[in-house]
Design a protein around this ligand. Structure first.
Ligand code: AR6
Length: 167
């Protein structure tokens, strides 16, 4: 199942939330900053043990003070840093690798932030199309194993996801 909510992702009670991190995994601004602030200092300690993360890859930690049990940290592409096909591919990998990791941990519910659509500059509509199509395909390939929530933070993105999910 796929759905969209417009909320602060740090408030969601799901098995895992997906953080839009950077390669250092040591925190930053945007949703990453909000997650580190809400999860507490133990998250940073755990992230320091992970040795960073490549673009398109995903790593997992506990949720610490969050209502979510786990945090999956993925690193989206910086828009136009690579050519368009590569940007798209890397963003797809973020979703797919996060879902594979959730499956590996036997999780049932996962909520994604809109990876790369803030500081990293990915156009919201293009990013949402990639997010929805990748998740739909993953669910079809994996027997609808997970309940997937897209957690957006603004009306524009909410409307984009609503339209895509109605189809
Ligand atoms: N809950 C849900 N979504 C949020 C929240 C929140 N609390 N706060 C922001 N968003 P961004 P990126 C949305 O910039 O583009 C960080 O510094 C926001 O509206 O957080 O992948 C990292 O450390 C936007 O749609 O992530 C990296 O250096 C979306 O989250 C860099 O930014 C993603 O925006 C990653 O950039």
């Amino acid at each position: 199942m796929l759905k969209v909510v417009c909320e602060d992702i740090t408030k969601l009670k799901v098995d895992a939330i997906v953080n839009a991190a950077n390669k250092s995994l040591l925190g930053g601004g945007g949703v990453d900053g909000a997650i580190h602030k809400a999860a507490g200092a133990l998250l940073l300690q755990a992230c320091k043990q992970l040795n960073g993360c490549q673009t398109g890859q995903a790593k997992i930690t506990h949720g610490y003070n969050l209502p979510a049990k786990y945090i999956i940290h993925t690193v989206g592409p910086i828009y136009r840093f690579h050519d368009q096909a590569e940007d798209e591919q890397l963003l797809r990998y973020c979703y797919r690798n996060s879902l594979d990791l959730a499956k590996k941990y036997n999780l049932k519910t996962i909520a994604f932030s809109s990876i790369s659509t803030g500081v990293y500059g990915y156009p919201k509509k293009e990013a949402a199309q990639i997010a929805v199509s990748t998740c739909k395909k993953w669910l079809a390939d994996n027997g609808n194993l997970l309940e997937i929530t897209f957690c957006v933070f603004d009306k524009e993105n909410l409307n984009i996801y609503r339209q895509l999910l109605e189809k």
